[in-house]
Design a binder for this molecule. Structure first.
Ligand code: ZN
Length: 87
C-alpha cells in the first residue's frame, strides 16, 4: 500500500490532563482504525488498532494484524497534512 488517505478523524476518548487522545480514523478505502495519540507537547502516535470491519489493506487478513503500526509515521504525516488534529 503506497499511500494512506485519511478521510476522517473523530475524537473518541480523551484524557487531556494526561495528554492521551483516542481517535477513530477512516481511510479512503473504508479501513477504520483506532489511533492512540499522546500530546506532550507534540502529537505522537503511540498505537494503531485496525477495526475488523474490512480486511487489512496491506495483508488482506480479516483478523487482527499489526500492519498499520508499521505505517504510523506515514499515517501521522497524512493526518497532520490534512489538518485533522484538534488545536
Ligand atoms: Zn495486515
Amino acid at each position: 500500500m503506497a499511500q494512506f488517505y485519511v478521510t476522517d478523524l473523530q475524537q473518541s476518548d480523551t484524557n487531556e490532563k494526561a495528554g492521551l487522545y483516542q481517535f477513530l480514523a477512516t481511510f479512503s478505502d473504508k479501513t477504520k482504525a483506532r489511533v492512540f495519540y499522546t500530546k506532550n507537547p507534540d502529537w505522537k502516535i503511540t498505537s494503531i488498532t485496525r477495526l475488523l470491519t474490512v480486511p487489512c489493506p496491506i495483508c488482506r487478513k480479516d483478523y487482527f494484524c499489526n500492519c498499520l503500526e508499521r505505517f504510523s509515521d506515514t499515517i501521522h504525516n497524512e493526518i497532520v497534512d490534512s489538518g485533522l488534529l484538534p488545536e
